[in-house]
Design a protein around this ligand. Structure first.
Ligand code: HEM
Length: 178
């Protein structure tokens, strides 16, 4: 389980924290990411936890395309990041797997849209619904300052999709590594 801790300590400086839909979370100046469980007491204004899981929706050919072009996290030029916690509504979770896949890709083209922004944007998806967390997903992205406008275009495109009609809570946290 990875823990994202918002407080006044951490490598990532919070540039902006704003609610897109639903309730926001408290403003903080820094973000610290703890990848391993630690015996040290983690203190912060807020903590969000998530874990990397198996894929649910991408098919083999989409998976192959992503793997062929994506770049990993931690690139030295990628000094910008976004942490976007998202919760989907009950209507989404009441759908069957094949219905969710159809909304996600055939109707919303999530992967097809996202692929256009690779390798500039690197990404990691954390699941947290099963942990009883306030969000279902913690999405993490890293990019170079020159790709900030492209990232903006990407989030706007996704927020206009059918899939996003099921998003009931979303907070957009933008960060800079100093
Ligand atoms: C950078 C380009 C992007 C690519 C290539 C991409 C690709 C994907 C893929 C393939 C999945 C499905 C994983 C699975 O099969 O379980 C996924 C899930 C997800 N992505 Fe993206 N994505 C991108 C950008 C974004 C952005 C910018 C956001 C948020 C604003 C986002 C939010 C999510 C969420 C919340 C899920 C989980 C959906 C669910 O399981 O219901 N993605 N993404």
């Amino acid at each position: 389980v990875t823990t994202f801790i918002g407080s006044n300590v951490g490598d990532w400086h919070v540039k902006e924290l704003k609610p897109i839909r639903g309730e926001s979370i408290p403003s903080v100046s820094r973000l610290q990411i703890e990848d391993h469980p630690t015996s040290v007491q983690l203190t912060g204004i807020w903590k969000l936890c998530g874990f990397v899981s198996n894929i649910r929706y991408a098919n083999q050919s989409e998976r192959k395309k992503i793997l062929a072009i994506q770049e990993g996290l931690g690139r030295p030029q990628a000094t910008c990041a976004a942490l976007i916690p998202i919760r989907k509504n009950e209507a989404w979770w009441n759908l069957a797997q094949d219905e969710r896949r159809a909304i996600f890709e055939e109707q919303s083209h999530h992967t097809a849209i996202g692929l256009q922004y690779l390798p500039a944007i690197s990404r990691k998806l954390y699941h947290c619904r099963d942990l009883g967390e306030p969000f279902d997903f913690l999405t993490w992205f890293e990019y170079a300052p020159k790709d900030a406008a492209a990232f903006e275009e990407l989030v706007i495109a996704l927020r206009h999709t059918e899939e996003w009609k099921y998003v009931e809570r979303e907070v957009d946290i933008r960060l800079i590594k100093v």
